[in-house]
Design a protein around this ligand. Structure first.
Ligand SMILES: [Zn+2]
Length: 245
């Protein structure tokens, strides 16, 4: 994996986690998020559904996970498999249960049990699905996430873990997530046939990427393809031309 700088943000917990205990969440809080069987806390699951749909469309890859909601017991087992109280000079350490734990060589770090964002249902370890099998997330996916994850309320947690993404916007559901949800429940707009010569579109007031993708690509959810065609356009300013094919 090439060296990337992953975006890291402070996490705001959604209010559904109030009064809950890490790794012991009430089952009703956890929802599927369209990434294999992964479970996440409801707002995180909504955001992940939207983000993974955009990623699938933009990169033509499929996704699964190698970790999402993790119970307290699961966190403890993982921590014990990666850390030891036997001193390993020079290795990173963590404090747990009043003892110093040393990270075993060749392991990825693990959170102290009861503190992981996996235990809050806010984190997921993404993998790509190739021929039905989970494989490590590729640099293409990581690049996409670096550019777009924040739009969906996701950020990284550690530079050493490009697969680990966590939901950070609390009860504030990002606009891109609401747009995705609105479009999936709204009736499908009639598709206007496009002449092969139609390559650009002049923005008018009220245009959105979603509307343009519906019009020119036949499906609003394909909007990341239009964004990819217009890497220098961050806002749709009326009068400006954008590529649509
Ligand atoms: Zn993780």
């Amino acid at each position: 994996m090439p060296a990337f700088v992953l975006p890291i943000q402070k996490v705001t917990k959604p209010s559904c986690l109030k009064g809950q205990e890490n790794g012991k969440l009430a089952p009703g809080i956890l929802k599927k998020c369209d990434v294999g069987s992964a479970l996440m806390a409801e707002p995180a699951a909504r955001a992940m559904r939207a983000m993974v749909a955009a990623m699938r469309a933009a990169l033509n890859l499929d996704y699964t996970h190698v970790g999402a909601y993790r119970t307290y017991k699961g966190q403890e087992d993982l921590f014990r498999s990666r850390y030891t109280t036997t001193p390993l000079p020079g290795r990173p350490t963590k404090k747990w249960n009043g003892e110093t734990w040393y990270q075993k060589p060749g392991t990825a770090m693990a959170a102290v049990p009861g503190t992981s964002n996996h235990g809050w249902g806010l984190a997921i370890d993404l993998a790509e699905k190739v021929n039905g099998k989970a494989v490590s997330i590729s640099p293409r996916s990581v690049k996409w996430l670096i550019k777009h994850a924040a739009q969906y309320g996701f950020c990284a947690e550690a530079q050493s873990e490009p697969w680990h993404w966590r939901y950070f916007t609390g009860d504030k559901i990002p606009a891109a997530v609401l747009a995705f949800e609105g479009a999936t429940v709204a009736p499908v707009a009639p598709v206007t046939p496009v002449a092969p010569s139609a390559k650009t579109h002049t923005i008018v007031k009220g245009d959105t990427w979603w509307k343009l993708a519906t019009k020119y690509l036949g499906a609003g959810k394909r909007y990341p393809e239009l964004q990819a065609l217009n890497p220098n356009v961050s806002t749709l300013v009326p009068g400006r031309k954008v590529r649509v094919g």
